[in-house]
Design a protein. Sequence first.
Length: 415
Amino acid sequence: MQLLALGLNHETAPIELRERAAFSPEAMGSALNDLASSDVASEATILSTCNRTEIYCGNQRLDQNRVVGWFSEFGGFKHEELAGCVYFYPNEEAVKHAFRVASGLDSMVLGEPQILGQMKNAFDQALQAGTTGKVLNRLFQHTFTVAKQVRTDTSIGANPVSVAYAGVNLASRVFTSLSEQTVLLIGAGETIELVARHLKEKQVGRMIVANRSIERARSLADEVGCEAISLAQIPERLAEADILVSSTASTLPILGKGAVEGAIRKRKHRPMFILDLAVPRDVEPEVGDLTDVYLYTVDDLKSVVQQNRGMREQAAKEAENIIDLQVVRFMRWMRSLESEPTIKNFRQQVEQIRQTELDKARAKITRGVDPELVLEQLARDLSNKFAHHPSQQLKQADIEGNPGLVSAARKLFGL
């Protein structure tokens, strides 16, 4: 069995391409089934976040060009669009990449914890779709164990930072005091929840949560002590927002230039800080052209998050050592799979010999032969049967001058 991980992320592809490459929750099941039912891969898991889209495949023989071909066709890409943006990790490199991603070592914010939950969700989706098997099941379970060990044994998670934290930090720089600001949060997923908690810690003046599901918005609002509204109420409440943070799974923009322009007029041109953490983007790019609007996307946070990397670099080195050791252990298990068919055939052969000789012995006892003599003959016949073929092959090895086989036999049989 071979492994392959391929994808694109914030380092290799611009946000415009990542938007198109993202798999919506509604499309994930059909994508997994389409890939796993093809002859491209027998096992498949797809990780799709705002910063990366990655495909993990298992198959007896994997051709990276065919996997990219599937990705291009399913996503409606031209080949040249993906050229230079897609990375490939075969076998051992795929294992190491999965471990590094789950541990936050490949994230925009070094050591951020969100990605582990996103990988678990991706694996759960693949499990529900029935597109994982022995290899990917073992890979992802091992991946989660490694990520937990990295968090426990290193300080990679000290002083938690994430894209959410970086966004709040950026807002803190724009406004002198967040205690006097009103924040409108659009969405109620994990990213928005993190933003809300960070804002609460910063003692922001007021927060409003808007979400398609008003029940989910109220649930989050109750946790952080703020107001909940529906998406339909956004136009009438937009002008209240000094800070707007959006992160939904919508495939189309939620906020257009016209709506924001109207809100700015109502605000009498008081500045509005907008942070769009969604991929695909929730806010039309043209909004950034408006006077008195400061629009930032996840790509704009790169310079902010770089400031947090220094304190975690030593922890990352320790994490890499843990990962290298765990990659070796996983690959030992992978290599053991190669011997499984041989072991299975050997055991079947032994069982067949055992059953044949046992049937003969029982027949003799039924005919009245002394059981003691039958047992002696059974033991002798079993020994001869088991030793016959190996003995013949060792003699032939001597004739052919093949000392390697003799040496291997001594190791195999503990001689």
